[in-house]
Write a protein that binds this ligand. Structure first.
Ligand SMILES: [Zn+2]
Ligand SMILES: [Zn+2]
Length: 183
């Protein structure tokens, strides 16, 4: 039995339910596996069922020409392809092609810090903010840095509601960052 792969940019992927313990025949490695990826996978192929190993080693992204997170949704990836990236390209590729995405209302976005994509940690609501706001990087995101009024987030942010909070942590300096998505 192969041990389950881990994801540096989604270290809580199993606890958060991005994979479900369920037998499947993986569409990529074509092996009988016990864990199925249940997040988004942007590909033209139909009915792709993936095991964690084929997510982690990039084989699913290569075989099906797909990605798990939107490339342009990663902080530091410019809209114009000729412009330079403000985030490490290999690491950003790892997020798009070898990291499970997380469920969100709209297209997911991936925060970056210190020149690298952050790790997705989990879902947060208003009750979680007091513990995180001493972090100045996080406070900046809450207080208007994301285009939402700070008062609104302090009152209505919810881990799974209409104004949902997504928590990231910098893999270099451990600063926290926030993504907010409204239904
Ligand atoms: Zn597989
Ligand atoms: Zn940092």
């Amino acid at each position: 039995m192969d041990s389950l792969p881990t994801f540096r940019f989604s270290p809580n992927a199993y606890e958060l339910g991005f994979f479900v313990a369920e037998p499947l025949l993986c569409s990529c490695c074509e092996r009988d596996r016990e864990w199925r990826y249940r997040g988004s996978f942007y590909t033209r192929a139909d009915d792709v069922r993936l095991c964690p190993w084929c997510v982690a080693d990039g084989s699913a992204a290569r075989r099906f020409g797909g990605s798990f997170s939107d490339w342009l949704g990663i902080d530091g990836v410019p809209i114009e392809p000729e412009e330079p990236l403000a985030v490490d390209e290999d690491a950003a590729r790892e997020v798009a092609d070898r990291t499970p995405s997380y469920p969100s209302w709209q297209q997911e976005q991936w925060r970056s810090h210190c020149g690298l994509p952050c790790a997705f940690i989990g879902f947060v609501g208003a009750d979680d903010l007091p513990g995180l706001l001493p972090d100045p990087v996080f406070a900046q995101d809450v207080d208007g840095g994301l285009g939402f009024p700070g008062d609104l987030l302090r009152s209505y942010l919810s881990p799974d509601g209409d104004l949902a909070g997504y928590l990231f942590r910098c893999v270099v300096c451990d600063a926290h960052r926030l993504h907010v998505d409204a239904s």
